[in-house]
Design a protein. Sequence first.
Length: 255
Amino acid sequence: MVEIKTDASLEAMRVAGRVVADALAAVRAAAAPGVRLLELDEVARAVLREAGATSPFLGYRPSFASTPFPAVICTSVNDAIVHGIPDAYRLRDGDLVSIDCGAVVDGWAGDSAISFTVGTPRPEDVRLKETTQQALEAGIAAAVVGARIGDISHAIGSVGRAAGYGIPEDFGGHGIGRKMHEDPPVPNDGRPGRGFVLRHGLVLAIEPMLLSGGRDTYYVADDGWTLRTTDAGRAAHFEHTVAITEDGPRVLTMP
């Protein structure tokens, strides 16, 4: 069932969105060669705690997972696409890192993700990150009243495919509100003019993931969570929580 939010609910979700933005900014500032992924999780926990927010990630266990997620952020490094579990790995110069974070404030959720390089970036990683961000911007631009979910999917997929990148099958964006994952699903590739009609008050987490090797395939690591590219190519992931409004798309997870 698709839930349409009131304007007051959108304001409440904006509060949660700011917390997510603050947590991501703090994690990015803390990321440096030698820093453990677990330390980045502690940074995010401190931001959530200070804001009086809780994490929709911590303890989350969807149907595909064998164990509950043990952290408040996902830390996906290099060939990890999404859902990476923070562990004792120490960041290295040149690592491509994707951080996904959520927050719940007064019962409303926000969800966002960024990708960045630790230290000196590879030129091919810069292109991958920039293209993934462009795909997100294209998806957001398509999120207007009267359009359809397929228009968002097509906008994202067109950017990724034109650049020669892969798009992982079965994983994409989603509705968001009282729960982190709500209907409708938002694929990262698809045909325009299809799917649910966008209405004022619908809130979506739009999140392109692009794979540098050009393949769409992935595998699940032994931890039961992390998705990795099958060709060891690198991946990037960007996400915003976006409200569809009569005045155009409103990004709720901006700083």
